[in-house]
Write a protein that binds this ligand. Structure first.
Ligand code: HEC
Ligand code: HEC
Ligand code: HEC
Ligand code: HEC
Ligand code: HEC
Length: 407
């Protein structure tokens, strides 16, 4: 049985499966907490203070200072940024069905959705729509508030106590459920269902399954353990250099000898997915470039010496998969840099560059071509600018070729 078989959408399809597993208390909670469409919050208890009544993240932040400060630095707080907002300007009118699907992951509360579907009338203006809340994207209330009641994990100090806790606390206490501490909590937005869009037989979004098949799931290491350490609301990922470095080990093996002109350089670069709980990277939107080149004593690249290897899943048109070189958890790749040394005083430089928005940048460029983008054009130009500035280096080392030292 499926809760709401009429609405289309990615979240729903996954939830149909979850409802089947209702005897599992985590699944049963999540089917309630993350339905295909979250109901409006409804009437608020008037005896509460203004601060407790508000859904605004700054109101929660007045008391939960740390969570609020952390959240503001994350992509969850920017999930209605210019890249999606720019597309929605036209889509809300031309294709509200798709717009609704985007909101289900990027701004999921009823109060964040501009249009709602009424069986007789079709897509109409949503009476509870609040444009300010929509801008906050994946904000506190999206994960924690249903029918104006607060839901959260059990207290750290009493992990076994679940259910309604202390109605005398602010916002009449809260409902504690262990589902908040489980990877399943993140699944609805970070995993497609098996019937969803796939390329070359592999789902476009498969993070939860990748994790489930890994040794991390077996060891009980949840998404939260890496992405919310000590319950911090950090959600660092492929856009953060330190996070990426924490998940991979990079080493270069260059036979040590005095290289002479004409000798073959034969370096092996090893990159291990040593700490990512899913494929590195998990989506097809980022690319990671391993670059080897020869540089002279002034740091200039020797023309023709650049060799490049790309880690990622390539399908610009989402119709054909060109390649998939992502690295599963615990596995590694080895790349050879081979070149006959053409001159003296050269160094081998190895660099690893992460380009987290590689797919989106090309997408925006295409969208904006010939004056495209309609009324969302200004926003999409901003998204293109941001996606052009997000690449960073996680490894850069030069190896002297005519002695046995590195620098
Ligand atoms: C007036 C201060 C105040 C405001 C405003 C407030 N909270 Fe709280 N909140 C508290 C206090 C105090 C607790 C109880 C902490 C405890 O005793 O464990 C709490 C508990 C919680 C918990 C449960 C913590 C746990 O251990 O699982 C969550 C989740 C939560 N609040 C989220 C929110 C959200 C989301 C908002 C905004 C919609 C919000 N709060 C607004 C003060 C506040
Ligand atoms: C209701 C949907 C939803 C839920 C639930 C959700 N996320 Fe997200 N998450 C998103 C969206 C949408 C983005 C992309 C935001 C953007 O860049 O526009 C995102 C981004 C992220 C990123 C940053 C990715 C990057 O590119 O660096 C991480 C990490 C992440 N989420 C982890 C989690 C974890 C862990 C959980 C569970 C505790 C979770 N998410 C729950 C929707 C969700
Ligand atoms: C199943 C959940 C889901 C749905 C549905 C969804 N997204 Fe996303 N979206 C994500 C996640 C997770 C990310 C971050 C990972 C990534 O970069 O691919 C993301 C990233 C993005 C980004 C890049 C980051 C940013 O904010 O600029 C854009 C643009 C975007 N989505 C637009 C859309 C649009 C438009 C729709 C509707 C047609 C949509 N998304 C539907 C989950 C979803
Ligand atoms: C993407 C979903 C998501 C969003 C957005 C989110 N939280 Fe949470 N929050 C969680 C999860 C999941 C946990 C439990 C983490 C764990 O157990 O490791 C949690 C835990 C908490 C706790 C308990 C902390 C503790 O130390 O016991 C509080 C309080 C809280 N959140 C408040 C907030 C506030 C305030 C905001 C907005 C500024 C917010 N959350 C935004 C998912 C979210
Ligand atoms: C063992 C630690 C670990 C676990 C468990 C883990 N992650 Fe990650 N995750 C990382 C690291 C490290 C990165 C940065 C490297 C990367 O992007 O692959 C990352 C990146 C991401 C990204 C950025 C997008 C991308 O293309 O890589 C998202 C989204 C994400 N994780 C979501 C999740 C979700 C959802 C879960 C649970 C199903 C999860 N992660 C479990 C460590 C972990």
């Amino acid at each position: 049985m499926c809760l709401n078989p009429i609405t289309a959408g990615l979240l729903l399809i996954f939830l149909c499966h979850d409802v089947l597993g209702q005897d599992d208390p985590v699944q049963a909670f999540l089917a309630q907490h993350w339905p295909a469409a979250i109901e409006p919050q409804g009437k608020v208890d008037d005896s509460l203070s203004q601060l407790e009544k508000s859904l605004d993240p700054a109101a929660c932040g007045a008391c939960h200072v740390q969570q609020y400060q952390d959240w503001q630095t994350t992509l969850h707080s920017k999930s209605m940024g210019p890249g999606i907002a720019g597309q929605l300007v036209e889509m809300v009118h031309s294709d509200p069905n798709s717009a609704d699907m985007c909101w289900s992951c990027h701004a999921p509360l009823a109060e964040q959705k501009q249009k709602i579907f009424k069986p007789m009338a079709g897509w109409v203006d949503n009476p509870v729509f609040d444009p300010d809340l929509q801008k906050h994207g994946m904000f506190c209330a999206a994960c924690h508030v249903r029918q104006h009641s607060i839901f959260g994990p059990p207290r750290k100090t009493s992990p076994q106590v679940t259910g309604k806790i202390d109605a005398d606390l602010p916002h009449r206490g809260f409902n504690a459920d262990i589902a908040f501490t489980r990877s399943e909590f993140c699944k609805g937005c970070h995993q497609f269902d098996e019937d969803d869009f796939a390329l070359n037989g592999k789902l476009i979004e498969n993070t939860f399954n990748e994790w489930q098949e890994s040794s991390y799931a077996e060891a009980g290491v949840q998404c939260q353990d890496c992405h919310m350490p000590d319950r911090r609301h950090l959600w660092r990922g492929i856009h953060d250099a330190d996070m990426v470095k924490s998940g991979v080990d990079i080493s270069v093996d260059l036979p040590q000898k005095a290289y002479a002109r004409g000798d073959w350089i034969n370096a092996v670069i090893t990159l291990v997915n040593s700490g990512v709980g899913h494929y590195f990277p998990t989506y097809l939107t980022p690319k990671v470039f391993i670059k080897g080149r020869l540089i002279d004593s002034d740091g200039h690249e020797l023309i023709g010496s650049l060799q490049e290897y790309v880690i990622g899943r390539e399908s610009y048109d989402l119709a054909v998969e060109a390649y998939d070189t992502r690295i599963p958890p615990g596995e590694q790749i080895q790349i050879a840099y081979q070149y006959a040394l053409p001159a003296d005083d050269l160094q081998l430089q190895i660099e690893v560059i992460v380009d987290p928005d590689h797919w989106y940048r090309r997408f925006y460029q295409n969208y904006l071509e010939d004056g495209g983008g309609g009324r969302g054009r200004t926003l999409l130009l901003e998204a293109l600018r941001q996606s052009s500035e997000s690449a960073f280096s996680i490894y850069k080392q030069s190896f002297v070729l005519n002695s046995d030292s590195t620098q």
